[in-house]
Design a protein around this ligand. Structure first.
Ligand code: UTP
Length: 294
């Protein structure tokens, strides 16, 4: 068997309108909302780097300029922190600069599939990763690395899935698993976007990490809008699966969906309970609050 090409590039689609966070997202990108002290998108860029990704393209849009600025140097701020000897702060500011990052606008957001298609020239003829800008994943081995490792063994597109409560399947793309080829890795007969609860083929939902082969672009170019009148990545993956195998890998770590209000609050609390500067105070506060709520 030919050795699979190395996965070097990642796309982070971050051009969505973030309507579930209005009015906060009227002029600010949802992907810049902080989890304790870091914007969501920075955690995703960190996961990409820990997974061996060398080049990252962020798909942005109107009102999203702050994302680009966040990954640029700020000489005045850096000089000021250096002069005041605030070295830890300086390091935290410098962490997000000097990376091999690219930005492209999706002028008329028409869905995730359309956002991915925007990256065609950047990707060229290589396998690549898609990481959603509003889903955080925690595991000993980063989820993207798990998918890349799996791709390097099978040479096939692979996406991550997670069991979700049955009544929530209609919020997700869902797989129809056919057989388990190894522990947690499935062959799939169908990928279905937002099925009705009564029709769903399973409770295994597609979460925001994918390794895809470049053949997906030709499919996206010829695809009509689907559910919600958007170009759905799930539909393109379903077509790809008819031409070449696409695997689904069950994720065993923790997923934080920060794209909705409750998920965002929960994630801030959980990350706050791990952060050295906030964990003790926050724990005491939560205990006290729980007593007052009883
Ligand atoms: P979501 O559907 O969760 O994001 O897409 P959204 O559209 O911003 O949110 P709501 O529903 O209006 O509140 C998942 C990811 O895909 C990106 C989003 O920015 C988000 O990170 N996306 C979505 C695009 O880049 N382009 C699109 O056309 C749609």
């Amino acid at each position: 068997m030919l050795k699979a090409k190395k996965v070097r590039k990642a796309i982070i689609p971050a051009a969505g309108l973030g309507t579930r966070f209005l009015p906060a997202t009227k002029a600010s990108p949802k992907e810049m909302l902080p989890i304790v002290d870091k914007p969501t998108i920075q955690y995703i860029v960190e996961e990409a780097r820990k997974s061996g990704i060398e080049e990252i393209l962020i798909i942005t849009g109107k009102g999203k300029r702050a994302i680009e600025d966040h990954f640029d140097a700020v000489p005045e701020l850096e000089d000021n922190l250096r002069a005041k000897g605030k070295i830890k702060m300086l390091e935290s500011v410098e962490e997000t600069t000097g990376l091999d990052m690219y930005f492209k606008r999706q002028s008329h957001p028409q869905g995730l599939g359309d956002a991915v298609l925007t990256a065609k020239t950047f990707v060229g003829n290589e396998p690549f990763v898609v990481m959603l800008g509003d889903d955080l994943m925690e595991d000993k081995v980063p989820l993207t690395k798990q998918l890349v490792d799996s791709f390097e063994q099978t040479g096939a597109s692979t996406l991550a899935v997670l069991p979700v409560p049955h009544e929530e399947v209609s919020k997700y793309g869902v797989i129809d698993p056919s057989e388990q080829v190894e522990e947690g890795l499935y062959n799939v007969s169908r990928f279905v976007e937002k099925p009705a609860v009564e029709d769903t083929p399973s409770d295994l939902a597609i979460i925001g990490r994918y390794v895809l082969t470049p053949e997906i672009f030709e499919i996206l170019e010829n695809q009509q809008p689907g559910e919600g009148n958007e170009v759905q990545l799930t539909d393109a993956i379903d077509t790809l699966n008819k031409k070449q195998r696409v695997f689904a890998k069950v994720f065993n770590g923790d997923r934080y969906d920060v794209g909705n209000k409750f998920g965002f609050l929960k994630t801030n609390i959980e990350y706050g309970l791990k952060h050295p500067e906030t964990k003790d105070e926050l724990k005491d506060y939560i205990k006290d609050l729980a007593k007052r709520l009883d």
